[in-house]
Ligand binder design. Structure first.
Ligand SMILES: CC(C)(COP(=O)(O)OP(=O)(O)OC[C@H]1O[C@@H](n2cnc3c(N)ncnc32)[C@H](O)[C@@H]1OP(=O)(O)O)[C@@H](O)C(=O)NCCC(=O)NCCS
Length: 155
């Protein structure tokens, strides 16, 4: 990581972040079907959210990875929702993700907890994100789950 710098994620990196995101998440193991326009809209929403905090790993003009989200108030204190995180595919498993998380945590002032959504118990490579977060100190929530509803409901 010699010529790489972790800096705050700035809105002028949205196009580069959208390209990076598409290259990572439209490939194995996620095989999503993001367009650059849809990712850019999602990332722009996150950047515009009150309490936004984000970090980016840069090598010159190249974006190698980023982690972004926002802080929110809970009755016990402030929490941070990690909305999106990715590292360029050919740079994964070299410590970039852990360094990004460290840099992000250093910027979270008066935050008592970080939380995120990811696939649990995914098979093989799909479980890699969960293993990464566990290695970085995250634990699956014991009491809280995610509920969803289709609108309109599926027939
Ligand atoms: C998840 C991600 C952000 C982690 O960043 P990273 O730079 O690869 O992670 P680090 O090098 O800091 O940490 C590596 C550790 O994470 C876990 N890990 C990361 N990728 C893995 C993979 N493909 N397979 C297995 N374990 C993996 C392992 O515990 C690994 O340690 P090891 O290499 O000693 O076994 C990155 O791999 C990524 O962008 N993945 C695709 C997108 C994604 O899943 N984002 C999160 C969605 S919620």
């Amino acid at each position: 990581m010699s010529d790489q710098i972790i800096d705050v994620f700035k809105a002028d990196r949205l196009d580069a972040a959208a390209r990076l995101f598409v290259s990572v998440f439209n490939a194995e193991p996620w095989n999503d079907r993001w367009s650059e326009a849809s990712v850019r809209a999602r990332l722009a929403d996150v950047v515009a959210t009150p309490g936004f905090v984000g970090v980016a790993l840069q090598a010159g003009q190249d974006l190698h990875g980023f982690a972004i989200g926002h802080t929110e108030q809970w009755f016990t204190g402030r929490h941070f929702l990690l909305q999106e995180m990715c590292v360029r595919t050919d740079l994964q498993r070299q410590g970039v993700g852990a360094a990004l998380l460290d840099a992000l945590e250093a910027r979270l002032v008066d935050v008592e907890q970080i939380y995120l959504l990811t696939e649990q118990d995914g098979a093989a490579r799909r479980g890699a994100a969960q293993r990464f977060y566990e290695r970085c100190g995250f634990r699956a929530a014991r009491r809280t789950g995610v509920m969803t509803k289709r609108i309109p409901p599926m027939p």
